[in-house]
Design a protein around this ligand. Sequence first.
Ligand code: ARG
Length: 493
Amino acid sequence: MRTDVVRLGRLYGERTGEMMRFLSSMRSDRCIADADVLVDIAHVLMLERQRIIGTDIAKQLLPALLELNSGGVPEEVFDDRFEDVHAGIESFLIEAVGPDVGGRMHMGRSRNDEVATCIRIKLREDLLKQMAALLKVREVLIALAEAHRESVMPGFTHMQHAQPTTLSHHLLAYEQQFSRDFDRLRDAYVRVNLCPLGAAAFASTGYPIDREYTSKLLGFEGLVVNTMDAVATRDFALETLAALSILMANVSRLCEELVIWSTSFVKFVSLDDAFCSTSSIMPQKKNPDTAEIMRAKTGSVFGAYTGALMTVKGLPMSYNRDLQELTPNIWRGMRDAKESLRLLIDMLSSATFDTDRMKEEAGKGFSTATELADTLVRDYGLPFRTAHNIVGRSVQKGSLTLESLEESAKDLDLGISLTGKGLTEDQITAALDVANSVGLRKATGGPAPFATKIAIADCKKQLDKDSALIDERLARISKAKEDVLADARRLVA
Ligand code: ARG
């Protein structure tokens, strides 16, 4: 098969293999090969319908394309002496059905609109898979949150024991982050699923093409209308990578916590052995490697995003070959995020949480001091700042007893006697009780079992809606695919 059908008219001079490989996008084009065949089929159907090519030509082109669709694109097409998979497939067709027929497929289009269309087709599928994986992560978090509504644990700010909370509350915080990640991908999808085909090189074409028709055949929700924009923009990819980067930042924070929680200082969690490795020298070691690798993959996804941004930032209108170098960043970012999410699902669901250890830590570091200050406010009418100062001074003294609170009030020259007001040791003990403190925090979104019960019900409702949206989008694109293939078969028959 000739690998120079595109250039042989205009350009002389042999290219070295090194040169051809340097310029070729073939390696990363593998993942858009199937999309390219679909785009070819839709394009040929449109050319025939608009009488730009004869039915006899379409009848010869389509069987070869349908064969590529059902049997897969043969290995010889992926020869990296082709500039790209589009040139590879066109050359294959010319070889298969002869130049008089095969040479007519590329009428009224360019690889510029072709590649942009292929990327969008592949990317929308990847987005839906990614969203489905996110749903599973959220599902696991919700199930864990449901099981741990009563499990108290320390909550932290500045990584210092701050106030007691519940494991349920902590996990639901992650669920909410992932739920917003889902929304960002959902929104990006809307702008990915638009069709650039028909833009040709950038100025569209003089043939009477029907862009709306090919767009519909390929399951797009509409056109990237301006044909210069259609070939020049990769903002849909940048937006996706930005959303993936934020998602991975959330994954990384969760992984960081799992790493910290599995240390012997903390011991809040034990990750399943399958997600850990040991040391080649220290036989006792159990290292949380999977969480560490995910933390690092986050950096790779940021790198993919930055790489893509850097590629476009200096480009004049419209298509520039630089754009070819942007594309692998999309697939790399997607792959790393997808693999991380898939493993995160099982790593989380197989983890064992040590609720006794959490409980043991929950009241440490005077973590219920706020509740004690609130008691002084509620029961004795002190201004909050005064109560805060008294309790703070008492913590400085090293204990929260009636005696030390009384002394603190005296130290601060407040002219207040807490015993005089009637404060008792029992009241202090009740205020400092962890379960009591958590139970009181039942405002919307708070850690109390009462509040997490409501939050979990809301999360489940949202999860069902999000899951229905994915099903609907998947059904639309697979129906479009079936339809376009059926149309092609009908024309051939
Ligand atoms: N391989 C190219 C890419 O990925 C396809 C478009 C090529 N266009 C061109 N004018 N050379 O962007």
